[in-house]
Design a protein around this ligand. Sequence first.
Ligand code: KE4
Length: 423
Amino acid sequence: MMDTKSKELFEEAKRHIPGGVNSPVRAFGAVHKTPRFVASACGSHIVDVDGNEMIDYVGSFGPAILGHAHPRVVEKVVEACKDGLTFGAPTEREVRLAELIAELMPSMEVSRLVSSGTEAVMSAVRVARAFTGRDKVIKFRGCYHGHSDGLLVKAGSGAMASSVPDSAGVPLDYSKNTLVARYNDRASVEELFAQNPGGIAAVIIEPVAANMGVVLPEHGFLAFLRQITIKYGALLIFDEVITGFRLSLGGAQEYYRVTPDLTALGKIVGGGMPVGAYGGRREIMELVAPLGPVYQAGTLSGNPAATAAGLETLMILKEDPGIYERLSAKAGRIADAVREAARGSVCVNQAGSLLSVFFTDRQVADYESAITSDTRRYAEFFGHLLNQGVYTAPSQFEAMFVSDAHSEEDIAYTCRAVQKAAW
Ligand code: KE4
């Protein structure tokens, strides 16, 4: 598959952009290839600058649940743009989007729009600290919550007790208030609460993890987190930047019937445009300025073109709740094709339209088991599929995303490509 133009652009990009990309995973470092520069996308397909058309299972890492350039969404964005791009003033679309978020996710009775998932999570954590008057937050190893300093943290040498920055430039002081537990490990959570009685403001989790590859919550784990946070007077924050409106119309909180105190959204809520949101019940969100003492602001928050895309995307999902069954069935066919081709040497985790292929014979249920995967074999798998025109997650630790635009032919072709990939 030709990648001459991508190669040229990549070299030019490196002159003025760190690593040639505006987000690290796009550099294809984990799969040891030149990233494909995308020229256009429509439905389930992308076309790169060398004219290669591929079936896309990245879908911008989540927003493209309807496929790319959905005609109704594009029309609404163009319509909004013609009336002005940004005002720094409230607009009706923001009111309608907040209403729709509250309708689809009733726990988000009151929400604030921001411009990214990172902003949404960062702000939700700030509100939780203000509401409880406490500083410490528990996160889970392997979960990613955007790049705010306090959440770029990993378990320290002392495993659960200590935590250390997961990025240069983050002062140790910032990481000391973020404690790290183990996904699906109740004892690790209980231990942190026991060590910090009255000190923990919140537990934040990806209710289905998708940033260590896809890892599902074991039965009752989310309900356990709900109970222990209530017991200790901490808030439960669901980072639904990926799962929101993807696992079901009401996200993971509807799918698993566990209601968090605060939720962070991104990706689908913007329909491909820059939107994030955070919200919860009124008594918590009333702390947010200008009502209360928690400051958070944003020039492009609630941007007219972005809210137009988000509104239309959510409306289309609301009109067609059967989409979730279709998405799950499509992803299941790919998962089955991989299991059949790999004959036991892989672990395939699927949650609705999310799936990951781990090259390990272990069941992947947390970060520690996820990293037993053979990332070299994953990179080979990625290359085999790419050469057959199937564009999937460029890292073992990202998810594949199936969209409503993936046709029967796309799925059948993908399953055949999986069979042909060298096992
Ligand atoms: P953004 O700031 O990228 O909109 O959202 C941050 C974020 C927060 N929470 C979760 C669960 C997320 O997955 C993300 C961002 N996801 C990554 C993909 N794993 C975005 C892709 C990228 O970083 O380039």
